[in-house]
Design a protein around this ligand. Structure first.
Ligand code: ADP
Length: 493
């Protein structure tokens, strides 16, 4: 009889449940779109009750769809949009405020004040992060300071904080388990990834009482069980989405890199068991902890990847669908000197400039829609090269391959161009749903379906390799053109 693993993938724009079989093959998917709310300039919220109801809905739907009994699900793995913050009442289970989403900028002023007081270095040395509104800590502070009575309740131990993984776990276990995993904890600005504990000094600076915080566990292990799906099912794995993708890509050795091209682009490099803060404005974060052994990663976050293609489609109307971009890009011989710097919401790593805005440079009367599309696709490779250079410098060695995933890598031309500009072979996996796969691997490890990370690594398969084809003398002027365009954008801030 087949045993299944269920992955819950709670993302920013949708919630999905995916059933994998014991071989790690996808058997079924159920998905529900999730609305975002923008109540004020730079504010981004979601309703935690929507997130919870959608999660239950997709879990039940995927079981029904395949006529699978909950008894045949060996374990559940949870992966989630990271940093998004929920605070709830331990007694009533009610949330105090909407979920404040990772994209929300309302706490930028709190970060500025902490930076002005000279605290950024302390946060970086302990958390590997930069002081940015992106992370959870200042969002918790905002809820405690702005919801009536919240601070008193928090001091009295009546409230609980959690990122989405933790909130879902608490609900799935009927309030029995208030725990998170170390990758999600590492995105809060409150968790010391060196000592692997919540940090009292940082908590004092953020004015967050320790009593609010969940217990932090390994990524694979006993997270309790849920009785909500018809029969008790163990929850055996948990990781933030980008770390889950790193695991789903089987990047278990130092130096291995995965790069995900969805709405944004997130590249992670395994750096092994030693914590090292980046010297090149990347983040250091926990890749995973298994059996008590921690592994760190360098992370480069770029806010706009596929979103640039969406803008060409919806903002400019020069495309009907993202799938057309490949033919358009190859309809012209080269970029014609046109570059797009897609800094629609500022520039992320390694520039971290929230004031930058997007630009298209090098336009002549010969420029066509195809050149703009090509520039939008080319930008993905140049942004990747920016990150790879920073990573190689931090790691002290050149990368040997890049494992790619995300909706954009269906585009063969983009994959080839990334290989050419980074001068590094690009590997596209057979299973492109790497985030859910990573969560399934973690749960399957706990359930004994997968024996070890070596067992998982042996199962990982690539569908295609894109080898470097471009000669160095063609690459150099292209990348120099990008650097010039970025320079123009930065000069305008
Ligand atoms: P997310 O998980 O962030 O919602 P996905 O991984 O589903 O995103 O990727 C969707 C993104 O990929 C969209 O922004 C879309 O524009 C882009 N995309 C999808 N197909 C292609 C393609 N063939 N060429 C280029 N971009 C594509």
């Amino acid at each position: 009889m087949t045993r299944y693993i269920m992955a819950i993938d709670q993302g920013t724009t949708s919630t999905r449940a995916i059933l994998f079989d014991e071989a790690g093959k996808i058997r079924g998917i159920s998905q529900k779109e999730l609305p975002l709310f923008y109540p004020d300039n730079g504010w981004v919220e979601q309703n935690p009750e929507d997130i919870w109801e959608d999660t239950l809905y997709v879990c039940r739907a995927v079981l029904n769809q395949l006529s699978v009994n909950a008894i045949d699900v060996a374990a559940i793995g949870i992966t989630n949009q990271r940093e998004t913050t929920v605070v709830w009442d331990r007694e009533t289970g009610e949330v105090l405020y909407n979920a404040i989403v990772w994209q929300d900028r309302r706490t930028a002023g709190i970060c500025d004040a902490l930076r002005a007081a000279g605290h950024e270095d302390l946060f970086t040395q302990k958390t590997g992060l930069l002081l940015d509104a992106y992370f959870s800590g200042t969002k918790v502070q905002w809820i405690l300071d702005n919801v009536e009575g919240a601070r008193e309740k928090a001091e009295a131990g009546k409230l609980a904080f959690g990122t989405i993984d933790c909130f879902l776990l608490w609900r799935l276990t009927g309030g029995r388990v208030h725990a998170t995993d170390i990758t999600n904890a590492s995105r809060t600005l409150m968790y010391n990834i060196v000592t692997q504990d919540w940090d009292d000094e940082l908590l004092a600076l953020l004015r967050v009482p320790r009593r609010l915080l969940p217990e932090v566990r390994d990524n694979s292990g006993d997270f309790g069980r849920t009785d909500m799906l018809g029969a008790p099912i163990a929850i055996g794995g948990m990781a933030g989405d980008q770390q889950a993708a790193l695991i789903g890509q089987a990047c278990f050795k130092p130096g291995m890199v995965k790069s995900t091209y969805g709405t944004g682009c997130f590249a992670l490099m395994n750096i092994g068991s030693e914590f090292r803060p980046s010297k090149n404005r990347l983040l250091t974060t926990v890749a995973y902890r298994l059996g008590g052994d921690v592994c760190y990663a360098l992370e480069g976050s770029i806010f706009v990847a596929g979103a640039a293609i969406q803008w060409l489609r919806d903002g400019l109307g020069i495309l009907k669908s993202a799938g057309e971009t490949e033919a358009m890009a190859t309809s012209v011989e080269n970029n014609g000197g046109v570059y797009m710097v897609p800094a629609f919401t500022g520039l992320g790593a390694p520039y971290w400039n929230p004031h930058a805005r997007a630009a298209i440079t090098g336009l002549t009367r010969g420029a066509s829609a195809a050149h703009l599309v090509r520039a939008g696709l080319e930008a993905q490779a140049y942004q990747t090269e920016d990150l790879m250079r920073a990573m190689a410098e931090d790691a002290g060695k050149k990368l040997t391959e890049i494992r790619v995933d995300g909706g954009m890598v269906k585009n063969n031309w983009v994959c080839q161009f990334i290989a050419d500009i980074t001068a590094t072979p690009v590997l596209r996996p057979a299973i492109i749903e790497t985030t859910a796969l990573g969560a399934a691997y973690l749960a399957g490890l706990h359930a004994g379906i997968f024996k070890s990370v070596d067992d998982i690594a042996a199962r990982w398969q690539h569908e295609r390799t894109f080898d470097v084809q471009m000669p160095a003398d063609a690459r150099a002027p292209l990348y120099a053109g990008w650097q010039k365009a970025v320079g123009q954008v930065l000069a305008g801030t």
